[in-house]
Design a protein around this ligand. Structure first.
Ligand code: ZN
Length: 154
């Protein structure tokens, strides 16, 4: 099996059996809604924070397989991390989507499987949706706010 096939397999697996997918979260600190109208992707992301860590990260949404699978992989990679650390990892994923070699490949977990998406500019926003929602959720939390809606226009 080639690396590309393996990555494809990982993506499909997250799409079929998403991790940390839930429509609600007990004691949520922040709920953000992000959409990517270009593709029709919708994403609700909720975080719970305990002692500066992401105690829980759940998403719910609909859209293409890349957007949903990437959000699932993102929750695995970021849950339990310190907020600052999770932001740093989100930035690493963003840079990878712009063709850079990720500095924290191991920490990205299954997120690394999306590296090939960088070659398809129209899908980059799909892969980034969950990660950018997480970044927004953490920044919203740090501002002392609890909800936010963002539409990623082209
Ligand atoms: Zn999409």
């Amino acid at each position: 099996m080639s690396m590309e096939d393996l990555y494809q397999e990982i993506i499909l697996d997250h799409y079929r059996k998403p991790h940390n997918r839930a429509p609600t979260l007990e004691d949520e600190a922040v709920h953000v809604h992000h959409s990517n109208p270009l593709c029709g992707d919708e994403m609700d992301l909720r975080i719970r924070v305990a002692e500066g860590h992401l105690d829980a990260v759940v998403f719910d949404g609909e859209g293409c397989s890349i957007s949903q699978a990437s959000a699932s992989a993102m929750t695995d990679a970021t849950k339990g991390r310190e907020l600052k650390d999770a932001l740093d990892l989100a930035e690493d994923f963003r840079l990878m989507m712009h063709g850079e070699e990720p500095a924290r490949a191991d920490d990205l977990g299954d997120g690394i499987a999306f590296t090939g998406v960088a070659k398809f500019p129209v899908r980059v926003k799909c892969a980034l949706l969950g990660w950018m929602a997480l970044k927004d959720a953490i920044e919203t939390y740090e501002r002392g706010s609890s909800a936010h809606t963002v539409t990623h226009e082209e």
